[in-house]
Design a protein around this ligand. Structure first.
Ligand SMILES: NC(=O)c1ccc[n+]([C@@H]2O[C@H](COP(=O)([O-])OP(=O)(O)OC[C@H]3O[C@@H](n4cnc5c(N)ncnc54)[C@H](O)[C@@H]3O)[C@@H](O)[C@H]2O)c1
Length: 331
């Protein structure tokens, strides 16, 4: 299979290196709009960079899109024009109309597009889903999710990211739907620029929280931050009638209990999402290759991408208007 990777930034360079190691690849092409970046990363991969997007896509079987979010939708359309299978990083777009146009096109042409919600491929998240949906916890009453970056992304990234809900909490919104097989009915979100006053000019926040109520009645509390030097921290706790489980509490979790006899969870904490989710990224790209070859189902569709974006946009509306938002409002 011939794969073209578009975008060789923080995550694109990582994805290209992962793809190079996966079996079943006959050719890897790489392209980045920044020529210097393209040369450096291609040299690390032992490749010559493609001269243009067209050159990268010409004769390829599939494309992996890891460019800034605002470019995802036009690139997905371009890849669908060329009848390629597509893996595209989250989110599909910054707004709902552009996202809906992608969803409509994929349905119309029966396109193959997998969206990059890698938590669905993480072993802990998968086991939790098996337990929740198999009934091991009994009725799930509530849950808590934590998403904290160790070091904040560059301001230039934040500026075009769509904001903390669309860029970061979108993973938690996706996981909520996937883990509990339920939809959010209503949410309330808040946030602040504490420590990052420059985010105000991007209409963004650096610390946020959202309270969700699912249609089935479960209540969730989500917290996110752009800066947490204790480590990159992604955890979930699920409270059911019969049992409580946690995802992400392992010896590298950045949580440090202050109690004397507490188990020693500490150090080295996860320094980045590459370490926390390295295996999950590998698994999602390996799955994409199988999906592209017609050997596996798509387990992360454009509809999933759209529904997660609706939740993120509801959270943004709630933050801006200081009120609970019903999901029916985000149509
Ligand atoms: N799933 C995850 O955990 C996760 C983590 C980080 C980023 N992401 C997503 O991945 C995407 C990229 O994020 P990043 O952190 O790598 O960003 P980045 O800014 O580090 O890299 C983006 C790269 O794309 C290049 N580029 C810009 N326009 C291009 C174009 N039209 N064609 C080809 N290359 C182009 C830039 O030169 C840059 O090298 C974003 O959409 C982000 O939401 C997902």
């Amino acid at each position: 299979m011939r794969i073209a990777v578009l975008g060789l930034g923080r995550l694109g360079a990582f994805h290209a290196k992962v793809l190079r190691e996966l079996p079943g690849l006959s050719e890897l092409r790489v392209y980045d709009a920044d020529e210097a970046r393209a040369s450096t990363i291609s040299a690390e991969l032992g490749l010559a960079p493609a001269a243009s997007i067209d050159a990268a896509l010409e004769g390829a079987d599939a494309a992996v899109i890891v460019t800034p979010t605002g470019t995802h939708a036009p690139l997905i359309h371009r890849c669908l024009d060329a009848r390629l299978a597509v893996f595209c990083e989250k989110p599909i777009a910054l707004d709902l109309d552009t996202t809906k146009a992608v969803v409509e096109r994929v349905a119309r042409v029966n396109g193959k597009v997998q969206i990059g919600f890698q938590r669905r491929f993480d072993a802990g998240f998968r086991e939790a889903r098996r337990l929740v949906q198999g009934g091991a916890l009994g009725t799930v009453y509530s849950f808590q999710m934590t998403s904290r970056d160790a070091t904040p992304p560059p301001d230039a990234y934040v500026e075009t990211s769509g904001g903390q809900f669309v860029d970061q909490l979108i993973h938690d919104f996706d996981v909520t739907r996937w883990l509990f097989a339920d939809e959010v009915d209503e949410l309330y979100a808040t946030g602040s620029t504490l420590g990052f006053p420059q985010y105000a000019q991007f209409h963004d926040v650096a610390t946020s929280a959202a309270v969700l109520r699912l249609r089935g009645g479960a209540v969730g509390l989500l917290g996110a931050a752009r800066h947490n030097e204790a480590g990159y921290d992604v955890r979930v706790e699920v409270y059911g009638a019969k049992d409580t489980i946690a995802i992400g509490l392992d010896p590298r979790a950045p949580l440090r209990s202050v109690e004397k006899d507490a188990p020693k969870f500490k150090s080295p904490a996860y320094p980045s999402f590459f370490v926390r989710f390295g295996e999950a990224y590998r698994a999602e790209l390996a799955h994409f290759l199988r999906f592209a070859r017609g050997e596996a189902e798509n387990v992360c569709t454009v509809v999933d991408g759209m529904e997660a974006l609706r939740l993120a946009l509801a959270a943004r509306t709630s933050l801006e208007e200081h009120r609970p938002v019903g999901l029916y409002e985000i149509a």
